[in-house]
Write a protein that binds this ligand. Sequence first.
Ligand code: PLP
Length: 358
Amino acid sequence: MSKVFNFSAGPAVLPPEVLKQAQADLVDYQGSGMSVMEMSHRGKVYSAIHEEAKANIRKLLGLTDDYEVLFIQGGASLQFAMIPMNFLGEDAVADYVNSGNWGGQAIKQAQLIGKVNIAADCAKDIPTRVPDEGELRWTKGAAYAHITTNETISGAQWNSIPKTDAPLVADMSSDILSRPITATDYAMIYAGVQKNLGPAGMALVVIRKDFAEKGNKNLPTMLKYSTFIEKDSLYNTPPCWTIYMLALTTRWLLDFGLDKMYKQNVEKAAKLYAAIDASSFYRGTAKKECRSDMNVTWRLPTEELEAQFCAEAAKAGLSGLKGHRSVGGIRASIYNAFPPEGIDALVAFMADFEKRFG
Ligand SMILES: Cc1ncc(COP(=O)(O)O)c(C=O)c1O
């Protein structure tokens, strides 16, 4: 089997155990005589998969019965629109933190629907960062406050969750289940699943029931959270295969242990940041206090060297290191399933590249 170390930002590396299980199940799922891709989403066999996927998320996030677990197509991007459509009424204001590209995308969609207060804006700052607690200007009585816990492109991550009186809504697309959280801090958590949870195809939405109940009732059926709650994410045909893969990935994470995964994630990222800091050739992009454990970003002295770095790395089996097209540079996305050996391989490659070009 030819495999590379896959540093892609998403879709991203999946655990080999999960891929092998999916391969074994692909044609004949557990003796059912058909693939998960072929079976009715209302049948008994698929129901068990759907239930496991939700139960695993509940266990991993430590959710109480006050929260619903939903699967909604359209990725995190549809959530940018659904959130204000459901919760930003005519006379209301929503607080948004603009911490980078993704926070900014969420803001753009909300501004199409209603009034937005930008509680802090550091989206264009270099070094890249998230705001300090003291910078945040919340609105009294805001309908909700929105943050992006990890800015995938800039590589800046919140290390503590800001305090606000408004219901807190968080885009966790690129750091969900990479570390333990206190779910009760949030009214809603959402994530495109194609980084830490499985292949692309939907968003995971975790929403507190009393918050969901405040949602606008006057929306098309597929745009209301209440539809997904009432119909158990089965109002229409769900992305069954993606949900099955999420069930396998979360089962793998439960077996590994979330605390152990967090420790491994911190160690992986620390090793890479140490290699960057030890060199004057490589320059980290994010402010130290805000460095992401999931997306490590850095620059080389010139764009030409960056292009050469990526090309040579790819030849050495280190794939997907090119920074996002909007910012350039280098980005190593090292989600849960990214193996520690891949960090060692990258650090060794970096040392060799610097020796030759530094
Ligand atoms: C933090 C964050 N939010 C939102 C998105 C958009 O997700 P999707 O492609 O699922 O719409 C991404 C995609 O990379 C992301 O990293």
